[in-house]
Design a protein around this ligand. Structure first.
Ligand code: SF4
Length: 352
């Protein structure tokens, strides 16, 4: 897997592109007028490992939340702006770390230049977020049926506009809900530009199917070396977006944050409710960022082998379970109802 070389930019101190690790971002889903609810959700995603957070700024007055959130939580904030470029200007004045603009919804070169100019003066990076559902009118004239080429042309011309204004701290996204179309757009753009790429599949869907769609799309691109920061878009709690993003990065060996659970699918040999044990365990460990492989296995067929190979493992037998730590048996005769707590306790010993 050879990573495509992109220019490095800094979003509120978090480096994106170049040789920097691929970062995980998500988006808040609360009403930005509701400061407390938004702050609570921001704390939840940060605890889950989110490294950059985007917030919708639908009206100018919503920019007042920026200094409030920045005071409360140490995480770079990206303001998502559509239609009214003055919101982007106001967000920059209010101390935002990055603005995301969509040239298709601003749809005015002079206004885009105003954003580029202020962003350059204040050294605020900008994400040029192309979305197939909202391309510029002039692009739609040329491509009545928008496709990957239309997205790439729109992105390249907006990048040029920003660079002509002297602003090179740009990242780009080219999103469609069709996974293959998204992959094609990113591949084409990546071959033509060194801008760092924010990769994601837009409107991917509910948590289960959306995570699969995103894993395929984002996974293929990352495996080709394309992508510097990722967002898994799901109709659901943004904590799931962060969790899914780390699963993708861990599966590809690109990041090592958090607990990797190895659990068997169970079968007729399993004498415990393994699903319950795994789900209860998973709920308690989302905030742990130390990378540990933990096996939770249903019976003696593959249980002892997997549990021994993992950093920590629990293998159930017909009556009770055996705990392994670093390849050796640490405890025997653990009753099923204690298994989750024993593992969680062991995780804490392991990570301290
Ligand atoms: S480890 Fe045992 S319970 Fe789990 S799938 Fe394999 S045979 Fe079935």
């Amino acid at each position: 897997m050879e990573r495509k070389k992109t220019r490095a930019i800094s979003v509120g101190g978090v480096k994106i592109g170049g040789d920097n690790p691929i970062t995980v971002q998500s988006m808040l889903k609360t009403d930005p007028q509701n400061l407390q609810e938004t702050l609570n959700q921001l704390r939840d995603v940060k605890r889950a490992g989110c490294e950059l957070i985007r917030i919708a700024l639908p009206q100018e007055e919503t920019c007042k939340i920026i200094p409030f959130l920045k005071r409360e939580v140490d995480i770079p904030i990206i303001g998502d702006v559509h239609f009214n470029h003055r919101i982007a200007l106001k967000a920059i004045e209010a101390g935002i770390d990055c603005v995301r603009i969509n040239p298709g919804t601003i749809n005015n070169i002079k206004k885009l230049k105003e954003v580029a100019s202020l962003a350059r003066q204040r050294q605020i990076p900008v994400r040029i977020g192309i979305n197939i559902g909202s391309l510029e009118k002039r692009i739609l004239k040329k491509y009545p049926k928008p496709d990957a080429n239309a997205m790439v042309e729109s992105a390249l011309s907006c990048v040029k506009l920003f660079e002509d204004e002297g602003h090179e701290a740009i990242k780009v996204s080219l999103k469609a809900s069709d996974t293959l179309q998204t992959i094609e757009a990113y591949r084409k753009f990546s071959a033509l530009s060194d801008c760092p790429l924010h990769v994601g599949i837009t409107e991917a869907g509910p948590v289960f199917s959306g995570a699969i769609k995103s894993s395929v799309g984002i996974g293929i691109l990352l495996h080709e070396g394309i992508g510097d920061t990722i967002r898994v878009s799901l109709t659901g709690n943004p904590v799931y977006e962060v969790t899914a993003a780390y699963h993708i990065l861990r599966t590809l060996g690109l990041r090592k944050r958090g607990i990797n659970i190895i659990s068997c699918p169970t079968c007729g040999r399993c004498k415990v409710n393994l699903r319950e044990v795994v789900e209860d365990f998973e709920k308690e460990i989302t905030h742990i960022d130390t990378h540990i492989n933990v096996a939770i296995m249903g019976c003696e067929v593959n249980g002892p082998g997997e549990a021994r190979d993992a950093d920590l493992g629990i293998a159930f037998g017909p009556q009770s379970a055996v705990l392994f730590s670093k390849g050796a048996v640490k405890r025997k005769g653990i009753p099923r109802e204690m298994a989750k707590d024993v593992l969680v306790e062991e995780i804490h010993n392991f990570s301290h």
